[in-house]
Write a protein that binds this ligand. Sequence first.
Ligand code: ADP
Ligand code: MG
Length: 249
Amino acid sequence: MSTTQTGSPYIVAQNVRKSFGNHEVLKGVSTVFRTGEVTVIIGASGSGKSTLLRAINRLEPHDSGSITIGGTEVTDDEATLLKQRSEVGMVFQQFNLFGHMSVLDNVTLAPRRIHKLPRAQANEKAMTLLKRVGMEAHAHKYPWQLSGGQQQRVAIARALAMEPKVMLFDEPTSALDPEMVQEVLDVMRQLAKAGMTMIVVTHEMGFAREVADRVMFFDQGCIAYDAPPAEFFNNPANDRIRAFIGRMS
Ligand code: ADP
Ligand code: MG
């Protein structure tokens, strides 16, 4: 378990609902993510995990209910959204690096454009972050020259370059060859140890047991169980969860 003390509520979801057509994929989700807390979200494919993460940074607007980040509601207000998006880092399953840019440029782009950092300062900061994810020797390469695990570590450095207050990870290791999964989980583990607030959708049960402060089980658009890992894994709330854990472990 993470050793950091968790603090005050940072992201608060209240009765969040979202439908695609007549398919309701979030059925009134309410929860609080606290500063310094590492939450792992698990659950079957299609249960609404990605939709919740996407609603938090407004990649997918919710229909009703509310989400607040640091007390400010997530809406379509452009200025607020820009500020919130720089506070919320996101790492996707499919790395999403800019293919025509070097590793260094991928990491410096947003700080230069959005935080208006001068190039030299942005480069220096990027190199520090690339070192942190073990990629400083590859700064001048292009994404196509890197393995999936290396690309994902760069994607993490890129997100960190905006100095986010929370990092959202949506199945960050699901697209990787098995031998590359650990190098990415190691970076995430370090980040958790350093006190980062994290919400991680993953099927990596070992990571959940070891790193999470709490594990949340999504089932058909609802949070079906939410407990510290010891309790979650040793005493699953019901047979559906027990069966799911069994399949994943
Ligand atoms: P999970 O991440 O848990 O696998 P998602 O949140 O991606 O689940 O999806 C929940 C449900 O919503 C799925 O049935 C999915 O097909 C549907 N869905 C997600 N995004 C869209 C979209 N943009 N348009 C239509 N249906 C969508
Ligand atoms: Mg998903």
